[in-house]
Design a protein around this ligand. Structure first.
Ligand SMILES: O=P(O)(O)OC[C@H]1O[C@](O)(COP(=O)(O)O)[C@@H](O)[C@@H]1O
Ligand SMILES: [Mn+2]
Length: 644
């Protein structure tokens, strides 16, 4: 018999046999509904507008539904216009309304569009319960919409009633709100659950807007990317992570995110930068945004970029020295520099250095921070840990995020599972224990959570481990031998810039290897797949995102503008509905304005990854498992409380 205290609790909610029976009937019925649609995205890198677009069009799914319903009655351009209204209802409404010359025309259009939207909502909700649909409806209109949706008018008794209702909605000035509400309901019903497979932050301008969208989203989980963990590390007290995020913001001309969005005062850093640094071609910001910088602004960013990079390099040394298990002494680069000759000896080879900016470095003690540098980084840490907005975003990342996730039989992971060349799980010794595979990832996650819970501890092992995940050889997020940031700034020879990837990245092409990794995570290798982000798939060079006979799917297609010339497309997303999985390749997304004006959708090419032989039901999903447990408890309650 089930734990009797638990049954007592349950009995409070279901205090009669009928109530228990009703709930069992309800849950059993839900188990037989088709599984909801999962939507996978990754490597968003601050590209809010492009992200919004795939979210709003459900990676092309909204259009599919519109076409299914209206292909016989609407022309192609009308279908597009209607789809755009569903994606961007506020803006599109304004545009359309401005084209009508009479009230009557507008009124007729309203009625037609509401009818269409109701059909669409009804179609999009057909595989869900009424209660789920209700939750997706705009609150203020639930009653009216339900009346309109479920109108059964066989005897035409209510014809006038429905007509009057629509008329009133229009004359009382509620119609725009209703249309907007129905459009968002459609979006919400098209995707049941969203997975973000890592890298929300860095390179692009608006990661914070992505975070706000995710916080408001109806159902989402996140697998941390290396860039997300870098931000978590900074917030958790890691000064070296903090120096890194500011360095990357400077490099991509995104210091606004630090200053204006998260409210961090950069003045002390700027003062330091002005004092010690000058123009330097290696540190000028990349200009991927359309925004033009004045010479003055560019110079200022260039100086800040140098100041924070040098602080970063200095901060790395003591960590490498105090953590022998990181095995990173090769990266004690400031000590490998001959400051008189301006050269560095790395892996036994001596290179001339260029574009150096070592004014604050004492060759005798190259990693010693000047007092001013120390003060700057301390102040920055204080402000970053006291930014309310950042706190909100980081807490959400922790709450909804994890290093990996098993979901509906698949393994979702941003980076990799560190492997040896022979396919063994790569071991790492941490505080006297050896870990590999899933256990290693679990340990990484535990340290990340510990560091986050103890932001006041800045130099402890857990906080250092967060940085290790950004840059260490055995990190499941980095997945490379070493990060060659220093070499890319100061050494011309491109050979030194290469970051050797973990064997995972070629072994994942092999089906057997993928099966082994799925088994390592207790997943069924017959049915499971690994969903990966992190490494841009170079479509341009013919690389295939679907690997290992479909066991591995890599969806980093380059939302990040900075990487689109390498990938040749603007990102992949993945849809997994009850019929199977589809990979969607998105063409370049220019702007929302373009979509609104021309109704042209960004071309998305769908590719079937796999078709289910039988339509998958809720019963076979993670949620189904939970429901089955609930049903079993309810059955116990029924048996032991109401039938004895
Ligand atoms: O393109 P940038 O800004 O030079 O950054 C390169 C760095 O970013 C990384 O690629 C990590 O970022 P990703 O997770 O986006 O690949 C490092 O391996 C590399 O050193
Ligand atoms: Mn990444």
């Amino acid at each position: 018999m089930k734990n009797s205290k638990y049954l007592d609790l349950l009995a409070q909610k279901y205090d009669s046999e009928e109530k228990v029976a009703t709930e069992i009937i309800n849950l059993e019925a839900i188990l037989n509904l088709p599984k909801g649609t999962e939507h996978f995205v990754s490597d968003l890198h601050g590209e809010y507008q492009a992200f919004q677009h795939v979210l709003r069009n459900g990676s092309g799914n909204v259009k599919v539904k519109i076409r299914d319903l209206f292909k016989d009655e609407l022309q192609e351009d009308e279908l597009n216009e209607f789809a755009t209204l569903v994606y961007y209802p506020e803006e599109k409404l304004q545009l359309i309304k401005s084209h009508f010359s009479s009230k009557k025309e507008l009124r007729d259009w309203y009625i037609e569009v509401i009818e269409r939207l109701l059909k669409l909502v009804s179609y999009a909700s057909s595989k869900y319960t009424r209660s789920k649909l209700r939750k997706a409806l705009p609150k203020q209109f639930v009653y009216i919409i339900e009346e309109l949706l479920y109108k059964t008018d066989e005897f035409t008794n209510k014809k006038d009633y429905y007509a009057k209702m629509l008329e009133q909605i229009i004359s009382l000035g509620q119609v725009d709100k209703l249309i907007i509400g129905l459009a968002y309901t459609t979006q919400r019903l098209t995707v049941d659950h969203l997975h973000v497979v890592g890298d929300i932050y860095d390179r692009g301008p608006d990661p914070h807007k992505i975070m706000d969208t995710l916080i408001g989203y109806h159902s989402v989980d996140i697998q941390w990317g290396n860039h997300d963990v870098l931000w978590l590390g900074a917030y958790s007290g890691s000064k070296v992570c903090l120096a890194n995020i500011i360095r990357i913001c400077a490099r991509y001309n995104n210091l606004d995110i630090i200053e204006d969005v998260y409210g961090i005062n950069l003045r002390p850093l700027l003062n330091l930068a002005e004092q010690y640094y000058d123009d330097n071609p290696a540190f000028r910001p990349k200009r991927i945004s359309d925004e033009k910088l004045t010479e003055q602004e560019q110079l200022q960013i260039t100086k800040i970029h140098q100041a924070i990079s040098i602080i970063q390099f200095k901060l790395e040394s003591p960590i490498i020295k105090r953590r022998s298990c990181f095995d990173m002494t090769d990266r004690l680069l400031l000590e490998k520099v001959d400051y008189a000759k301006n050269e560095a000896t790395i892996h036994g080879k001596t290179y001339a250095l260029q574009n150096t900016c070592f004014a604050t470095i004492d060759p005798e003690q190259p990693d010693r921070l000047l007092d001013e540098e120390q003060q700057v980084i301390d102040k920055l840490l204080f402000s970053i840990q006291h930014s309310e907005k950042l706190a909100r975003h980081m807490k959400f990342l922790m709450k909804k995020g994890s290093l990996y996730l098993q979901y509906n039989g698949n393994l979702l992971i941003h980076g990799c599972i560190p492997l040896e060349e022979n396919g063994d799980m790569k071991k790492m010794d941490i505080e006297g224990e050896s870990y590999a595979g899933r256990e290693l990832l679990d340990v990484f996650e535990q340290y990340t959570r510990y560091a986050f819970a103890h932001p006041e501890e800045t130099d402890d092992f857990a906080t250092d481990m967060v940085w290790y995940q950004w840059t260490g050889e055995n990190s499941s997020l980095f997945g490379k031998r070493e990060m060659t940031t220093f070499e890319r700034y100061f050494i011309q020879d491109k050979e030194t810039h290469k970051e050797r990837k973990n064997p995972y990245y070629h072994l994942r092409e092999d089906e057997e290897m993928c099966r082994k990794m799925l088994a390592e995570f207790d997943l069924n290798p017959e049915h499971g797949r690994i969903i990966n982000g992190h490494t841009p798939v170079k479509e341009i060079d013919g690389e295939d995102p679907v690997k290992a006979n479909g066991k591995m799917i890599v969806i980093d297609g380059g939302f990040s503008k900075a990487y689109q010339s390498t990938t040749g497309i603007a990102g992949y997303t993945l849809l997994y509905n009850s019929y199977g999985m589809q990979l969607v390749a998105h063409q370049l997304f220019n702007s929302k304005e373009e979509v609104l004006q021309n109704g042209t959708d960004v071309l998305s090419i769908k590719r079937l990854v796999d078709e289910e032989l039988q339509r998958k039901k809720v019963r076979e999903t993670n949620i189904g498992e939970e429901l089955l447990q609930e049903i079993s408890s309810l059955n116990s309650l029924r048996k032991h409380r109401y039938m004895e």
